[in-house]
Design a binder for this molecule. Structure first.
Ligand code: MLT
Length: 265
C-alpha cells in the first residue's frame, strides 16, 4: 500500500486493529524486517510498518535524510492514515534515532516507545568520518561493499551459522535499498543530534529491547539508556545480534506483548 506524504510515495504494510503500533526499520533495511511482527502481533493492535524514503518500495528521493525529516514523514503518514489514537512507536537502530526525533517533535502523538538495538549518543568523530567513507564507497561501487562489511556484524554468530536463509533474506533487503536511500541515511545519521540530554525528560513508558550479542550497538549503550530513562525497562534478548526481531522473533514479540499488557497500553 502507498500514501503520498511530503512529496513522495511512501509504501507501508498494515494489519490488525486497535492500539496503533508503528514499526520503523533501520539502515539500510526496509519494512520487510517486520514480517514476524506483522504476522504475529496483529492481535495486539493496529500494526503499521512503513518503508522510510529511499528504502524498499518508497520513492528514492535524494538526501540528506535528517532524523527530523524522517520523523516528519512518519507524522505525515499517520495523518494520511487518519490515526487519531496515541501511538506506540518501535524503532530499530536508525529507526530508534528517528523515534527519539519523533518524540522531540510530536510527543503528544505518543503513548509509549520501544527502542530496539539503538542508542541515544550521537556519532563519535571517528564514526562521522566512517559515514563519509561509506558514502564515498557507495558512490564509487554501489551498496555491495556495504553489505559485505555489515552483514556478518548484523547477526549473532549462531544466527550466521544456523540460519543461512535469514542471512540471505537480510542481504537481499540491503541490496534492494537505493543509493539515494543509503547516502541519505549516512548523512542524516552522521549529523544527528545527541539525544542523551533528552532521556531524563521522556516520561513515556519505554521498553528497551536489545540483542545480547549486538556487534553494531553494544549492550552497554542500551544499559545507559535504561539508567537515564525514568520510566523504562530493559529486556536483553539472548542468541540475538542487531536484529533481535528477526533472530528471536518469539522472544521479541513476547516482550512487546508483555509491555503492552502490563501497561494497559
Ligand atoms: C542501523 O542498523 O540502523 C545502523 O547500523 C545504525 C548506525 O549505523 O548507527
Amino acid at each position: 500500500m502507498y500514501r503520498s506524504v511530503n512529496g513522495f510515495q511512501m509504501a507501508y504494510s498494515a494489519g490488525g486493529a486497535g492500539q496503533p503500533l508503528l514499526f520503523v526499520h533501520g539502515y539500510p533495511l526496509n519494512r520487510q524486517i517486520w514480517t514476524p511482527q506483522l504476522d504475529n502481533l496483529a492481535d495486539s493492535g493496529y500494526i503499521i510498518a512503513p518503508d522510510l524514503r529511499g528504502h524498499g518500495e518508497s520513492d528514492p528521493v535524494p538526501g540528506p535524510y535528517s532524523m527530523d525529516l524522517l520523523a516528519d514523514d512518519l507524522n505525515a503518514l499517520l495523518d494520511r492514515l487518519e490515526v487519531r489514537k496515541k501511538v506506540i512507536l518501535c524503532g530499530l537502530s536508525m529507526g530508534g534515532y528517528v523515534a527519539l526525533a519523533f518524540w522531540r517533535k510530536y510527543a503528544s502523538r505518543l503513548k509509549a516507545l520501544i527502542l530496539t538495538a539503538t542508542r541515544a549518543a550521537p556519532d563519535s568523530p571517528e564514526a562521522r568520518v566512517a559515514r563519509d567513507q561509506a558514502a564515498a564507497t557507495v558512490r564509487q561501487s554501489g551498496i555491495e561493499p556495504i553489505v559485505a562489511g555489515m552483514l556478518p556484524r548484523l547477526l549473532a554468530p549462531e544466527t550466521l551459522q544456523n540460519n543461512p536463509a535469514l542471512v540471505e533474506q537480510i542481504g537481499a533487503i540491503m541490496r534492494s535499498t537505493s543509493s539515494a536511500g543509503v547516502l541519505g541515511d549516512l548523512a542524516g545519521m552522521r549529523d544527528r543530534p545527541d539525544s542523551r540530554p533528552d532521556l531524563k525528560n521522556i516520561e513515556l513508558p519505554t521498553l528497551i529491547l536489545h540483542g545480547q550479542e549486538d556487534q553494531i550497538v553494544p549492550v552497554q549503550e542500551a544499559q545507559e539508556m535504561f539508567a537515564a530513562l525514568p520510566n523504562s525497562r530493559l529486556r536483553l534478548i539472548p542468541h540475538a545480534g542487531h536484529l533481535p526481531n528477526l533472530e528471536q522473533p518469539a522472544r521479541f514479540n513476547a516482550a512487546i506483548r508483555e509491555f503492552v499488557t502490563n501497561f494497559n497500553l
